[in-house]
Design a protein around this ligand. Structure first.
Ligand code: NIG
Ligand code: FE
Length: 415
């Protein structure tokens, strides 16, 4: 069979192994790195990966061949935890943060997430669409081809729905593919202050069935945190969501440890996210239950804390991990997944191969897209990040600079 497109002579092609489950523990340090590699593409899908000169059978009259000497290719990066769609911004909280006011104190004073809720409620579909598109453009320019996007800045049906509709429209319009998560349980809206259970019942009785009916999101998420939702409340909401057929994720152990990890393992959540202050017992629980730990080091950085999730310990104890930006207007205003990957090495002491597996194959599992993306196996989408780097170590060594040379989405050059 001839290829439509042949990308040849990469210094290295990074090929994650899709073993049929998220890579865990020592598996995360394994990958095939093809030197002087080529990528053959047919109908927007990966046809084959090979070394040296492509087999002559791959080359037809119409095959387009381009050379990539001095470059490195990886599967398109997957940012599997973002709060993409929101109104306004929160640079006014930056000064407070520098003065040492904590994230949870700002929230308790009606700022933080609640300040973005006010701005998002006021924003039209168009405003939200343009703002989110702008963020996606940045992400794409950094090599990201799939993004998970949560609602959670409406906290009322009308606005939550608008956020999800923006994400779904962008999924159709933008080269990046989006995976939607419903997260009305992101904070307790001011109008329900002190009545969190009542608010959860509104989510369960009125919002969740409509999200399902209108097919607006596949995942359901909740912020299990001091001053937000307790572990029991998280269990209550997520078990109802599970009954309705949602896949589950949970914000757990970000600032205080309240038992969110047990909720994730009991209910079979796909992933538990943040885990900055996770206990050793909970790490064991996660590896036994095979719940993916989604780590967000740029959030720790931006919160100016030193409690980075214990990634090395997690791998030693056999957990599967991913890394993502958490892109949001408060705790992590960035769209640069390469910076997150570098924090993975510089601060969490992960190895380049572990980080690259985290943001490709494991991130694909975390958004339930492992059948179509996350590796270069034949038949998967030809989503490719091409870096101006002679080898994969360089992606981490030469830091804080966007090293993207080109990006392909489903076989088409989009950057
Ligand atoms: O993952 N923790 C909750 N949600 C976001 C922060 C959202 C915000 O501050 O606006 C997070 O850190
Ligand atoms: Fe988050």
């Amino acid at each position: 069979m001839t290829a439509d497109t042949l990308l040849t002579h990469f210094n290295q092609v990074f090929c994650p192994k899709d073993l049929g489950h998220p890579l865990a523990g020592g598996e995360m340090d394994q990958a095939e790195i093809v030197e002087d590699g080529y990528i053959a593409i047919k109908d927007g899908k990966i046809l084959e990966i090979g070394q040296g000169e492509p087999r002559s059978e791959l080359i037809g009259e119409k095959t387009i061949i381009s050379e990539y000497r001095g470059k490195v290719a990886t599967p398109g990066l997957i940012d599997c935890h973002t709060h993409l769609v929101y109104g306004g911004s929160r640079e006014h909280e930056f000064a407070q943060k520098l003065d040492g006011v904590s994230y949870l104190d700002i929230l308790a004073q009606g700022g933080g997430i609640l300040s973005t809720v006010r701005a998002t409620r006021e924003a039209s579909f168009d405003t939200l669409y343009q703002k989110s598109k702008h963020l996606l453009d940045y992400m794409l320019a950094h090599g990201v081809t799939t993004v998970e996007a949560k609602s959670g800045y409406g906290l009322d049906w009308e606005t939550e729905k608008r956020q999800l509709e923006v994400a779904n429209q962008l999924h159709k319009d933008h080269p990046i593919d989006l995976v939607s998560t419903f997260m009305a349980a992101h904070a307790i809206p001011t109008e329900y202050k002190g009545r969190s259970t009542e608010y959860l019942d509104v989510i369960i009785d009125e919002m969740l069935p409509k999200v399902k009916e209108e097919n607006l999101a596949e995942f359901c998420d909740i912020f299990c945190e001091q001053g937000v939702f307790t572990a029991d409340e998280s269990r209550y909401l997520l078990s109802k969501a599970k009954e309705l057929g949602f896949k589950l994720r949970i914000h757990a152990d970000e600032i205080k440890s309240l038992g969110g990890v047990s909720v994730a393992t009991e209910l079979g959540a796909v992933s538990a996210e943040h885990l900055m202050v996770i206990s050793d017992e909970d790490i064991d629980r996660m590896s036994q239950a095979q719940v993916i730990g989604n780590l967000l080091p740029a959030t720790t950085f931006s919160l100016m804390e030193d409690t980075y999730a214990p990634a090395r310990k997690m791998l030693d104890k056999g957990m599967a991990i991913t890394l993502s930006t958490d892109s949001n207007p408060g705790s992590c205003p960035t769209a640069n997944i390469q910076f997150v990957m570098q924090l993975g090495c510089f601060i969490m002491r992960l190895k380049p191969v572990e980080v690259l597996n985290a943001v490709t194959i494991n991130a694909a599992y975390s958004v339930d897209r492992q059948k179509s993306i996350g590796s270069f196996d034949t038949g998967k989408e030809a989503d490719i990040a091409i870096f101006d780097a002679p080898n994969i170590d360089f992606l981490f060594y030469f830091f804080a600079t966007n090293l993207i040379h080109q990006v392909y989405k489903s076989g088409k050059q989009v950057v």
